[in-house]
Design a protein around this ligand. Structure first.
Ligand SMILES: [Fe+2]
Length: 283
């Protein structure tokens, strides 16, 4: 059994209280966000003032995440969904066909970076400008810890989840490009990364046909997605953001409903290739 355990702090009341982010206390706030990011795989923050893009940029710089990353298939994304800052708008609109960004439907567990190699998009930030009138809850699943649980109970399943033919992911509704790769992968220095996904971009059946024991491993992971110890949920309010260790945890969203009398739900999303550092940056 791997000695690292994220469970003690995963989804505790403490980790669901957002860290107050303002420029005056950004150093201390960044330290707490870093602690939560590395211990829990996610870290919530709240800001009382400031332009949304500036706040996300401030948080990302303080955490050492580097520049925002725009995957190649979005380089010419229509309808102004990507802002100059590199963040993209997540909102339910009639114009766009992207089923995750532009729909009010539920989105199942996934790792951001549909066509990216496992572990490449290390971090995602979601920032809520306007919440939905109802629904739109963000759910987080500790995929890496789930892998460790599965292989500790059934070591023979380990190879199926690391197999290069295990999981296909498709750029649904746009290029339809597909990338096949492992569900989990170890780096040269032994760090475990995940692209565990079960949303509409994910195709498991081909993997089931090719990879011995993959269906059993999938079923075991699916079972853990239903256990509270491996996940938590939060509904982002206006001014709340969440930093996700995207290569460690998967996330999902429940369906939502907008109120015609209020601004429609609007989130900004930023992708980053770097993980949060351990110590705040002096900027
Ligand atoms: Fe996502």
């Amino acid at each position: 059994m791997n000695p690292r355990r994220w469970l003690p702090s995963f989804g505790t009341n403490d980790s669901l209280q957002p860290v107050l982010w303002d420029e005056a206390s950004a150093g201390a706030a960044a330290g707490e966000l870093m602690r939560r990011y590395h211990e829990c795989g996610y870290a919530l923050f709240v800001t009382k003032s400031g332009d949304s893009e500036s706040v996300i940029t401030s948080v990302s710089r303080k955490l050492g995440l580097g520049e925002t990353y725009i995957p190649a298939q979005y380089a010419n994304y229509p309808n102004g969904s990507f802002l100059v800052s590199g963040f993209n708008k997540v909102e339910a609109t009639a114009e766009s066909s992207h089923r995750g960004f532009s729909s009010a439907d539920a989105q199942e567990l996934h790792s951001d970076g549909t066509l990216e190699p496992v572990g490449r998009v290390a971090t995602s930030i979601l920032f809520c400008v306007y919440p939905a009138a109802e629904g739109g809850e963000t759910r987080i699943f500790d995929s890496v810890d789930a892998f460790e649980r599965v292989v500790s109970v059934s070591p023979e399943l380990r190879h199926s989840l690391l197999d290069a033919n295990a999981l296909s992911r498709r750029d649904v509704g746009r290029t339809e490009a597909t990338v096949v790769g492992p569900v989990f992968s170890f780096t040269a220095d032994g760090a475990l990364h995940s692209r565990f996904s079960m949303d509409n971009t994910s195709e498991w059946e081909k993997g089931f046909a090719k990879v011995k024991d993959l269906r059993r491993a999938y079923d075991a992971l699916l079972c853990l997605t239903r256990q509270p110890d491996f996940g938590t949920s939060v509904t982002l309010r206006s001014g709340w953001g969440i930093v996700l260790a995207n290569s460690k945890v998967s996330h999902a969203r429940t369906s939502f409903r907008n109120d015609p009398q209020s601004p429609p739900r609007l989130l900004l999303r930023g992708l980053f290739l770097r993980r949060a550092e351990r110590e705040p940056r002096r900027l």
